[in-house]
Design a protein around this ligand. Structure first.
Ligand SMILES: *[C@@H]1O[C@H](CO)[C@@H](O)[C@H](O)[C@H]1NC(C)=O
Ligand SMILES: [Ca+2]
Length: 224
């Protein structure tokens, strides 16, 4: 009976959006199961911006944000490579490589990526600094039922995880928009002040489901 109550509680938590302001997800362990699953009713995106902050000491390759469609497992994927200055952005299963970026271990960093179907260009922003603009995939929207996994890299729609691509660390302030943020808006996001919250995913009103050992914790701010 208690188990049933617990299950009902878990089910209802998943359905109700939560305000994660001043919170973070902690991924404390290397597994091929633990993740946060996000869904959205939006199914047809002509452009995308995704921004979040993360902290890790991983020196191997890992997925930071894995968005899959039934037709493309890497429909929109942030993939950090083993060498810290190399990064891949995947759009509809086509990758662009970015080199010489300023990623650091054991430091909170902001990252944003923008893409639009018209130009097919992807650009990455690390702590507000822009990368080169690179072509991935143009002419088609990100279209279909979206499943996003934080903490794991999808090789199928909602699954196909590999422990050696999992994320260990913390993540916060995730937002997703269906348009390209301007450089000025990305600067505002990076500074954490006065930016328009995501209209596809909003950290202050987030629907999600936790699978396995992922914790919601307070951000560890120093005393004022
Ligand atoms: C979330 O919480 C923050 C801090 O308490 C508050 O400023 C903000 O208005 C809240 N947002 C929503 C959508 O409830
Ligand atoms: Ca994949």
């Amino acid at each position: 009976y208690q188990m049933l109550l617990l299950l009902l509680l878990v089910a209802s938590c998943a359905a109700i959006p939560q305000n994660l302001s001043e919170k973070m997800f902690t991924f404390p362990q290397e597994t091929n199961t633990a993740h946060v699953r996000l869904t959205t009713s939006r199914q047809n995106l002509p452009a995308v911006t995704v921004c979040f902050r993360f902290f890790t000491d991983l020196k191997r390759a890992h997925s930071l944000f894995s968005l899959a469609l039934p037709s493309f497992d890497n429909a929109f994927l942030f993939y950090n490579l083993a060498s810290l200055d190399s990064f891949q952005m995947w759009v509809r299963n086509t990758a662009a490589n970015f080199e010489g970026l300023d990623f650091k271990l054991n430091k909170w960093q902001s990252v944003c990526a923008t893409w639009d179907a018209a130009s097919g260009l992807v650009q990455l922003w690390v702590d507000g600094k822009p990368s080169s603009r690179k072509f991935t995939n143009s002419g088609s929207n990100i279209n279909g039922p979206i499943i996003i996994a934080l903490g794991q890299e999808q090789d199928s729609h909602g699954g196909g995880f590999d422990v050696k691509q999992s994320f260990v660390g913390m993540m916060s302030d995730l937002h997703m928009w269906d348009y390209k943020l301007s450089p000025c808006e990305i600067q505002k996001y990076t500074n954490g002040r006065g930016y328009a919250k995501g209209n596809v995913l909003n950290w202050n009103s987030l629907e999600f489901q936790i699978v396995g050992r992922v914790l919601i914790e307070n951000k560890q701010n120093a005393c004022q």
